[in-house]
Design a protein around this ligand. Structure first.
Ligand SMILES: [Zn+2]
Length: 262
C-alpha cells in the first residue's frame, strides 16, 4: 500500500512511511485496511489497485499494489437546493476557529458542550460538514461528511479549512457569538447602547438578528481586518492553484470515499 504524504500524519509514528506492507486476509475490504492503518475514510480520496480505480469495498488480493490519495483540494461539498455555500459544524474544542469562520461569513454551528452522537445527528440533519480533530469521530459510519482540521493554532486551522474547501466568503455578515445573520444598522439607531468612546471612534456595521448583539469596527478592527484579508488571499490561491476537479471524474463521490460501502 502506498499512502500519500498528506495522509501520513494519521499513522503511528513508527509506521509513518509511504510504502506499507499490509497483510492480506482475502476478506478485509480496502476501506477497513486503510482505517486500520489509522487514516479516517473522510480524509481519503481516490483509491487505486494495480492502477485501476476501486472503491473502499474492494477486497485486495495478494501482491496487489494499492494507492491511497487524499481528498482533492478544493474539496467539493454537495449543496442543498437554495444553498450557495457549505455549512459547517465544529467539534467542541474548536471555539476560536468557529468565531473566525463566522467573521468570514461562513455558516458555522458550534456548541462547547456536545457529545459525539449529538454532533453526528446535527451534522447529518442540517447537512453540515463536521470539522474535528478527533479521528474517532471521523470513523463513525453514520457521519454524512466530516473533515479533519490540521494545525494546533487557530491561524493554521483556518488556513487549512480555507485551503481545503475554498468556500465563498462574506466577511462582516454574521454574528461571531451566535452565528446569526447581521443586518446593517445606522449609528444613530444604536447610539444609546454604545459607550461614549465607541460612539465617537467607530462605525457601527451590523446587528445580529438572533441575539441582538451590535457590531462595530472596534479596538480589534485591525487584527480582524488582517484575518479577513489573509483569508481572502488563501481562498483565491487555493482556487487558482487547483481548479475544482472536473465533473465526471470516476471514483468516490465528493465527500471522500463512500463509507457506507466499506
Ligand atoms: Zn448573535
Amino acid at each position: 500500500m502506498r499512502v500519500a504524504p498528506e495522509l501520513l500524519l494519521f499513522l503511528p509514528a513508527a509506521r509513518r512511511r509511504e510504502e506499507q506492507a499490509v497483510a492480506c486476509d482475502g476478506t478485509s475490504t480496502l476501506g477497513h485496511l486503510v482505517e486500520a492503518l489509522g487514516v479516517p475514510l473522510p480524509e481519503v480520496g481516490a483509491l487505486t489497485a494495480d492502477g485501476v480505480r476501486v472503491g473502499p469495498s474492494h477486497q485486495p488480493s495478494p501482491g496487489e499494489r494499492v494507492e491511497v490519495a487524499p481528498v482533492p483540494r478544493p474539496q467539493p461539498v454537495p449543496l442543498e437546493p437554495g444553498q450557495d455555500a457549505p455549512r459547517f459544524l465544529l467539534d467542541v474544542h474548536l471555539g476560536t476557529l468557529a468565531r473566525r469562520m463566522r467573521l468570514l461569513g461562513l455558516d458555522t454551528a458550534y456548541h462547547n458542550d456536545m457529545d459525539d452522537p449529538a454532533l453526528v445527528v446535527q451534522a447529518n440533519e442540517e447537512r453540515r460538514v463536521l470539522l474535528t480533530q478527533d479521528r474517532g469521530l471521523l470513523r463513525r459510519r453514520a457521519l454524512w461528511f466530516g473533515a479533519y482540521v490540521r494545525g494546533a493554532r487557530p491561524d493554521d486551522q483556518l488556513r487549512d479549512l480555507l485551503d481545503r474547501f475554498a468556500p465563498p466568503l462574506s466577511p462582516w455578515t454574521r454574528c461571531t457569538a451566535c452565528n446569526g445573520p447581521l443586518v446593517p444598522v445606522g449609528k444613530e439607531e444604536v447610539a444609546p447602547e454604545l459607550a461614549d468612546g465607541t460612539r465617537r471612534s467607530y462605525d457601527v456595521y451590523g446587528r445580529c438578528t438572533e441575539c441582538g448583539q451590535v457590531y462595530w469596527r472596534g479596538a480589534h478592527g485591525g487584527h480582524l481586518e488582517k484575518i479577513v484579508q489573509e483569508a481572502a488571499r488563501t481562498v483565491a490561491a487555493a482556487r487558482a492553484a487547483r481548479p475544482a476537479s472536473s465533473p465526471g471524474a470516476p471514483g468516490p463521490g465528493a465527500g471522500g470515499v463512500d463509507s457506507a460501502a466499506s
